[in-house]
Design a protein around this ligand. Sequence first.
Ligand code: ADP
Length: 268
Amino acid sequence: MSVRVTDWVAPDKEPYYLPAGDEISIFQQCHSRGLSVMLKGPTGCGKTRFVEHMAWRLKRPLVTISCHDDLTASDLIGRFLIRHDGTAWQDGPLTRAVREGALCYLDEVVEARQDTMVVLHSLTDHRRFLPIDKTGETITAAPGFQLIVSYNPGYQRMLKDLKPSTRQRFVALDFDFPPAPQEAAILEAEAAADHATAVALVTLGRRLRGLRDRGLAEVPSTRLLIAAAGLVASGISPRQACYSAIVSPLSDDVSLVGAMRDLVDATF
Ligand code: ADP
């Protein structure tokens, strides 16, 4: 099976999420109105964490599916499995979420093929049903079911995009890297970084993001800054932590790596 399902999240412990604006209340409204939601923003800026947090708030189970280009409709819906005593139908993660009234989160949805996305359409209109051609069943979504997709508009923009007929079925929430004070607070909370280190890492992160204009395709995400902060908190020197957790993962290009290392050295 090529679908990753980060199984049902038992919402007993609050997933830490620092809001940037009114995304929590907009999402809650969408949930109560049965509207599907699209989260747009760069990788590592908090989209997945937001969904986990909302599942906790709404007390719904969460099914997370990472999309990739050979994800088929059967991977989402289910298939007949051949067993020694015949064949048995096995629900896919989407069907399971529809039956159980879960939040179903499709991460990096543009990676999936367009024909796979079409199976979502009947779930996003007011009827909220899922036809399963192979069994002849039509399942109406249980109360609480909600479809959430995420995508990174900057990434492979020219190669892949969502069809207009798909994207118009969603309410879109725009995500971006948090403002500096919030991002520093996230580093302190997530990596037990001290305040001064968190502020310095965030300053560095913002300078490195400025290198996008010089050809850096992927800029450092909050996730990378957290990784560096974690190394510093465990005793690694700040420079080495930044080289290993931020600079090296982002590029192999000698001149870009040199420029990034210079910025690290100027910061720490
Ligand atoms: P995305 O889904 O956008 O690729 P994630 O949600 O996985 O990114 O975010 C990466 C990490 O950054 C999270 O695991 C979390 O530690 C942290 N993070 C980013 N934004 C926030 C936020 N607003 N509140 C709390 N943690 C955040």
